[in-house]
Design a protein. Structure first.
Length: 198
């Protein structure tokens, strides 16, 4: 009888200990930028033409990627990666908002973005500016680079841009930097921690 009580007490202590481990700070596989000076300062239009700020997404975890629709490789691969992450999160993925921020307002018209972005996931949204200057506060706040690389003919150019994604928590704080082509499993684990309030 005494032995059974001791076993129950030991099991209970172990359960409490494991539960305590689960409420600790986040332990990310990707780059932890919690507490950094990075800030997403913007006032841009989404796919519906509605003006958005970071405050518009309060209560959701936001994954933000900077790209353009004419991008031959990095952008579609990254958007597909986020599609996989959202799918692997299951129901929790409903609280993840993926934002594609166009760094090519000259060619990325609202109509083109409405065709491009939802093909990766219908819940993904895009943010667009009327000019490159309108993007400056957001790019500067996150230290994102975006610059035109002229091609052989007018209108035929590439955009050199930061290829990492930024993840923000439900209060809009920068938490995670995910490199291009990162394995989706660790990204899922990291985002799940943020969704759980860590």
């Amino acid at each position: 009888m005494q032995f059974q009580k001791m076993m129950r007490a030991s099991v209970l202590a172990l359960v409490v200990l494991l539960a305590a481990c689960n409420v600790g700070p986040a332990s990310f596989t990707n780059t932890d930028i919690t507490g950094s000076a990075l800030v997403a300062n913007f006032k841009l239009k989404d796919l519906s033409g509605t003006e958005r700020t970071m405050e518009s997404y309060k209560g959701k975890v936001v994954a933000m990627f900077f790209g353009y629709t004419h991008c031959p490789d990095v952008c579609p691969i990254t958007m597909q990666q986020w599609s996989e992450v959202k799918a692997k999160l299951g129901e929790k993925g409903d609280n993840l908002q993926v934002l594609f921020v166009s760094v090519d307002p000259e060619r990325d018209t609202p109509g083109l973005l409405r065709k491009y972005v939802p093909q990766f996931n219908p819940t993904f949204d895009a943010l667009t500016a009327s000019s490159s200057e309108e993007l400056t506060p957001l790019l500067a706040g996150l230290r994102v680079f975006a610059g035109k690389v002229e091609g052989g003919s007018p209108g035929n150019y590439l955009m050199d841009h930061t290829s990492a994604s930024y993840v923000f928590d439900q209060q809009g704080r920068a938490r995670l930097l995910v490199r291009h082509n990162a394995d989706s499993a660790p990204v899922v684990g990291d985002v799940e921690q943020i969704l759980d309030g860590k």
